[in-house]
Design a protein around this ligand. Structure first.
Ligand SMILES: Cc1cc2nc3c(=O)[nH]c(=O)nc-3n(C[C@H](O)[C@H](O)[C@H](O)COP(=O)(O)OP(=O)(O)OC[C@H]3O[C@@H](n4cnc5c(N)ncnc54)[C@H](O)[C@@H]3O)c2cc1C
Length: 340
């Protein structure tokens, strides 16, 4: 069920077992999973069902050091969150991503690689990824393709693309049909409170877009409102209530990752068949699997680098022709006048 708090914020006052702050990629995945397991779940989403600049402006931020356009252009305040912008490409972390990387001034994550690994299969089940491969090489083997040659510097991996990248559309039938799942739109969480001396969250404060607020007391609160907004909400709550247990937690506002994207090199292919065996996209069960190449953890650690991965873009004459054709089409369309 979807409710709109701009119409009636009191609708939220119904008792709620689990509150999930944020109806984006993570929030809707967790909410669906918990509701399917029988828990009463309410998702507080500050955006609306569709993109609107009023909600999007809640993402505004002032960047004080290097310019970072992603903080504005790379996040969406809408049901489905940033999955309304992404391509839906799923990829696992490598061991090194979670480890101590002193050369990059980056501490190890508070969870380990082996703690995380079993959950990939669980996520695959929730997202309905079938067939699911926990081992990249199995995909090539399944097709009887020539296996890529591993070196100590490079390794191959395969990304798995969702059929429907917008997570709100992906879970739309669950959102419509699960009676114990409520998605509240225009429900902007502004404060998380704990009772004095307690480690547990006692209440969350929710505002709608019309300036009205309500205090909710769910049994469990899950923050899924995006890495930057989670930090912002925790910092704001700690400012309002300086005795909150996380006020001195050193992890808040740290550990962000972003990716730089560039065209790195022109590659001349010597053996087209072999190249195709390794790098052609694979389609299986309606899913796209995209083979990629990354520097091995060993190489990254030895050279003091962060993650580096690449895929190949085939550029041939046909692509150039179609781009030229498109340009001429657009140009011609500009000169067309439509009669009133
Ligand atoms: C162009 C682009 C392509 C990308 N491609 C990929 C890809 O292929 N694969 C990949 O893994 N990643 C990709 N990413 C990154 C990926 O989209 C994000 O990492 C992912 O969506 C984060 O999920 P999330 O649930 O943490 O946050 P979001 O999806 O951003 O969801 C957060 C939700 O919380 C809501 N919210 C925020 N604050 C509050 C509040 N105080 N109260 C209530 N609600 C709140 C927001 O409105 C939003 O709906 C891409 C990103 C971009 C921009």
């Amino acid at each position: 069920m979807i409710i709109d708090c701009d119409n009636d914020l009191q609708l939220l006052s119904r008792s709620c077992d689990i509150a999930i702050i944020g109806g984006g990629t993570v929030g809707l995945t967790i909410a669906t999973s918990l509701s399917r397991a029988g828990f009463d779940t309410v998702v507080q989403e500050s955006g609306g069902e569709f993109f609107e600049s009023k909600s999007q402006s809640l993402n505004d931020a002032h960047v004080t050091s290097r310019p970072h356009a992603g903080i504005r252009d790379g996040r969406a305040r809408v049901l489905g969150g940033t999955s309304t912008l992404w391509g839906g490409q799923l990829v696992r972390f490598s061991k090194l991503d979670l480890s101590d990387r002193p050369w990059a001034n980056s501490n190890a994550w508070p969870i380990t690689f082996s703690e995380l690994t079993p959950y990939y299969k669980r996520v695959a089940e929730i997202l309905g990824l079938a067939p699911y491969f926990d081992n990249e090489i199995a995909i090539w083997k399944r097709f009887g393709l020539t296996l890529p040659i591993e070196t100590s510097d490079c390794e191959f991996f395969v990304t798995h693309w969702l059929k429907e990248p917008n997570i709100a559309r992906h879970f739309s039938s669950d959102i419509r049909e699960l009676t114990n799942l409520c998605v509240a739109l225009h429900a902007h969480v502004t404060d998380i409170r704990c009772d004095e001396g307690s480690d547990s969250v006692s209440a969350i404060s929710v505002h709608n877009g019309r300036g009205t607020s309500i205090l909710l007391k769910p049994r469990v609160v899950i923050m899924a409102n995006g890495t930057i907004e989670i930090s912002r909400l925790l910092l704001l709550s700690a400012k309002l209530n300086p005795k909150t247990p996380w006020a001195s937690n050193k992890w808040i506002d740290r550990g962000f990752q972003d990716c730089l994207d560039l065209k790195a090199a022109k590659v001349s292919i010597l053996d087209k068949r072999r190249f195709g065996d390794v790098f052609d996209n694979i389609f299986l069960g309606g899913f796209k699997f995209q083979p990629k190449l990354r520097q091995s953890d060993e190489f990254l650690a030895k050279n003091g680098l962060l993650n580096i991965a690449c895929s190949y873009q085939i550029k041939h004459r046909a692509a150039e022709i179609s781009t030229k054709y498109l340009h001429s089409l657009l140009f011609n369309m500009e000169s067309v006048k439509i009669a009133p």
